[in-house]
Design a protein around this ligand. Structure first.
Ligand SMILES: Cc1cc2nc3c(=O)[nH]c(=O)nc-3n(C[C@H](O)[C@H](O)[C@H](O)COP(=O)(O)OP(=O)(O)OC[C@H]3O[C@@H](n4cnc5c(N)ncnc54)[C@H](O)[C@@H]3O)c2cc1C
Length: 419
């Protein structure tokens, strides 16, 4: 189906929209039957043409889910590409799910802090943690995935599942620290997809369900690159706790675009200007960059460089489109820098394309009272796609997919052609 010339990344994810569109275009022919048939196999970085590897761009919204869905449906019948469409919508589902249960994000952040403290006080656990994160466990597949994650910033979905399962059930390490390790190193490190996928593997997401990595499955779906011995991996996967899901909340209301405002983009939606109904008049343009604060531990070099450069380039593009001069807001003291930037704009209103649960949203939430005190209102504008699909993220994925796929088939969802 493919030749080596049409299987670009994995080494070079360029952090801009042009690269995202070029790669989408290149992948689209494979988004139908080929994806469905081969997507679960990870033949290794050089051969990995059955999955799109679009996630680094999607995570920062240099490309959006409704654009990928629209482009796929321009090329394939719904039924042919349903598997790929479903996977793209898993991202929307997890985002909506976390928006509606935000406590899961704050609990995760607290667990990372407390587990890091606990590990510092326990030499044996500290050693296991260090050998896992250093790729020195002696489990060949796991150690290779650590190396791949740290050096490229990407892992295939199936490898992420096996990795998380081995971390939790074979190595007996806390799931939150595994999620933290991923979040720090993945170019697509995403508060919703990452936290909730790790919870799912550990049995905290769906009552009675965990994910057990099995040697034969790994062998088969890595094309024999890895052959763990039968006794090398845990043979049972007891849930690490009860799901204990916090109650479902209504989606917070979104604002409409103000006529006049300073514009603040975040790393969560770098093409967020497109979500505004029109460009507001006024001055002040900023991009809030939060990649350095994904964890109490340092963010990996690949992930940090990708996010920082993506923010820089998005700022340059937004300057070009708005004619404003802009500023990259760093997060050493984010509340102070947001406040200072907003004051300097001289505007009484700041408009922000919606930042879903995550570090940038945390900083905004902390800055809003200070901005209000300075007489500055914050308007949060949500994309139509998110407003349509997030309300369905109440239970399992298939309860979400039913109305969403019905809406897609009927042409009722707000898709946007990327071309
Ligand atoms: C333990 C674990 C942690 C994960 N952490 C992250 C993370 O931090 N950030 C992240 O973006 N994804 C995460 N995922 C989901 C998924 O593994 C990646 O989105 C996917 O592997 C990205 O590769 P791709 O673009 O080639 O995917 P493709 O298979 O080509 O899928 C196309 C797009 O659909 C979306 N998608 C596919 N599978 C999933 C999924 N299971 N959940 C959510 N969206 C999906 C992604 O946007 C992806 O780019 C995690 C999965 C697991 C099991």
């Amino acid at each position: 189906m493919s030749t080596s010339s049409d299987t670009t990344p994995p080494q070079a994810w360029q952090p801009d929209r042009e690269a995202a569109l070029a790669h989408l275009n290149q992948f689209l022919p494979r988004a139908g039957a080929y994806y469905k048939r081969h997507r679960n196999t990870d033949p290794g970085p050089e051969e990995r043409d059955a999955v799109s590897q679009l996630s680094p761009w999607l995570r920062h919204r240099l490309l959006t889910e409704p654009e990928v869905v629209a482009a796929t449906l321009e090329r394939h019948a719904f039924g042919t590409a349903e598997k790929f469409l479903q996977e793209v919508c898993w991202r929307s589902y997890w985002k909506g799910y976390l928006e509606r249960r935000p406590e899961l994000w704050s609990r995760y952040r607290d667990s990372v802090r407390s587990e890091l403290e606990a590990i510092r006080a326990d030499d044996a656990r500290q050693d296991r943690y260090q050998s896992a994160t250093g790729g020195q466990t002696g489990i060949a597949c796991f150690d290779a995935w650590v190396e791949e994650l740290v050096t490229t910033g990407y892992l295939h979905n199936h490898a992420r599942m096996w990795f998380a399962s081995i971390w939790v059930f074979t190595l007996g390490l806390p799931w939150a620290l595994g999620a933290d390790f991923f979040l720090r190193h993945l170019l697509d490190g995403d508060p919703a997809s990452n936290t909730l996928s790790w919870r799912w593997v550990a049995g905290l997401q769906t009552p009675g369900k965990t994910y057990l990595a099995k040697p034969d499955n790994i062998r088969r779906h890595t094309n024999d690159r890895f052959t763990p011995a039968p006794d090398e991996l845990a043979t049972t996967a007891p849930a690490v706790g009860d799901p204990d899901l916090p109650p479902l909340q209504e989606l917070p209301p979104a604002d409409s675009t103000p006529r006049e405002a300073a514009i603040l983009l975040t790393e969560d939606d770098l093409t967020g200007l497109d979500s505004l109904e029109c460009l507001p008049a006024g001055t002040g343009l900023g991009v809030l960059e939060a990649a350095g604060t994904r964890s109490p531990l340092p963010t990996g070099e690949k992930a940090r460089d990708f996010a920082t450069e993506a923010c820089r380039q998005a700022l340059a593009e937004a300057e070009r489109r708005t004619g404003r001069s802009g500023q990259l807001l760093h997060t050493v003291d984010p509340v102070a820098s947001i406040l200072q930037w907003a004051r300097a704009s001289g505007m009484a209103t700041v408009v922000v394309p919606w930042a879903p649960q995550g570090p940038a949203a945390d900083y905004l939430a902390a800055a809003i009272p200070a901005l209000a005190e300075a007489g500055i209102d914050v308007y949060r504008v949500r994309r139509d796609w998110d407003s349509h699909v997030w309300p369905h993220a109440t239970r399992g994925f298939f309860a979400f997919w039913k109305p969403v796929s019905r809406g897609l088939r009927a042409g009722e969802l707000p898709l946007v052609s990327p071309w």
